[in-house]
Design a protein around this ligand. Structure first.
Ligand code: SF4
Length: 366
């Protein structure tokens, strides 16, 4: 299977903490950008004729597109790839950019939405510089429920300047009450200079937020299937599971990355270069890397340890022809004795305590 990611890099306003390739005040480029995206998709279609099983439209803010532009986007996609073969079609929604007609167009053309609510607390939303308020979280969710989408993710963030443990748990309770199918619970990370002088919660408070948040979500029947992702049974995100299972994917759009035929490659982050390159019928790829066996092992360990199932020893052996447990016994013993990892005959995985220091643990393997 292969996944297709499409990047829509336009937003109403750039959030001060945001590190994604996204632009405000460039909406005059959208129509042309959609044509160029189509051209890029056609090149991949002709060159590889891939059967995609998942589609993820992210950004930026895909829901910032007008009704006409959304219709055009879906028309261009489905005139190029076979919709019937797609098991999952996700689009990211920013509350405050949606109306009834857009919700209908999106519902007709997708089967999963991901709403970037981040918090239900207006003070926190203001600190984040989001364009929406708590009220729009509810109206957006309601619009999609009514329009018939039955696979909805809510994005929440914790560890934001000024946030307290009770605020985080309150956000989770409010999200759970809406009965979504999936909740992504991410740690806030600072990228913008506007946050330079703001104080983040201390590390032990952040750890408390994560561990108590996980507990609260699990209590409400959400399966913790990846460090930051929780879903009702059978509602795991297939597109992301494909990434974590080292599956192949093609990313189109400015700054998008791909992994295909054992090669990793990325597009330019400069929107003008991106468009110019495709106008000349050239892929806008600026770096390519063949994945060596060593790197493949490294990525496999890194990605699998992010998931609840962790590493299956037999599967690892089948893929790489050596015993994971034997080769890494020192590291495994170190972390299992402190309850950061758990090991059974079949598999090894990080505990919730382990997820908190996952970067440190993963680094130890290399
Ligand atoms: S809406 Fe999302 S992509 Fe756009 S600036 Fe804010 S965080 Fe970044």
């Amino acid at each position: 299977m292969a996944g297709l990611y499409i990047h829509i890099p336009f937003c109403i306003k750039k959030c001060p903490y945001c590190d994604f390739v996204s632009f405000q005040n460039k909406s005059d480029l959208i129509d042309e950008y959609l044509n160029i995206l189509h051209q890029e998709l056609l090149i991949y279609k002709t060159r590889y004729n891939i059967n995609f099983e998942t589609l993820y439209i992210g950004g930026g803010t895909p829901s910032f597109l007008s009704e006409k532009q959304l219709e055009k986007l879906f028309f261009l996609i489905y005139s190029t790839i076979e919709r019937e073969k797609l098991k999952e079609i996700t689009i990211e929604i920013n509350p405050g950019t949606i109306n009834k007609n857009k919700a209908l167009i999106i519902t007709e053309n997708t089967n999963r939405i991901s709403i970037g609510m981040q918090s239900f607390n207006n003070k926190v939303l203001k600190i984040l510089g989001r364009v929406h308020k708590n009220k729009e979280n509810y109206t957006t969710f309601d619009l999609f429920k009514k329009s018939g989408i039955n696979n909805i993710n809510i994005d929440l963030m914790y560890g934001i300047c000024g946030q307290k443990l009770k605020d985080v748990l309150d956000d989770i309770d409010k999200a759970v009450k809406l009965k979504p199918d999936h909740i992504s619970f991410y740690l806030f990370t600072i990228h913008g200079k506007e946050f330079k002088n703001k104080k983040l919660p201390d590390d032990d408070i952040i750890a408390d937020m994560y561990l108590n948040g996980v507990k609260r979500l699990k209590k409400n029947k959400f399966v913790h299937y990846e460090i930051s992702n929780f879903a009702l049974e059978n509602k795991f995100c297939l597109h992301n599971l494909n990434y974590w299972n080292s599956g192949q994917y093609i990313g189109i759009g400015v700054s998008a990355s791909s992994f295909y035929n054992n090669e990793r490659f990325s597009n330019t982050s400069d929107i003008y270069d991106y468009m110019k390159s495709l106008k000349n019928n050239k892929l806008p790829v600026i770096c390519r890397e063949k994945i060596s066996d060593e790197k493949k092992i490294k990525e496999y360990i890194m990605l699998k340890l992010r998931t609840k199932n962790g590493i299956d020893n037999k599967e690892f052996y089948q893929n790489f022809k050596f015993d994971f447990y034997l080769k890494y016994s020192n590291i495994i013993d170190k972390y299992t004795s402190d309850n950061f990892m758990k090991k059974s005959k079949k598999r090894i995985f990080l505990t919730e305590k382990g997820f908190l220091i996952s970067n440190e643990i993963i680094k130890d393997f290399f």
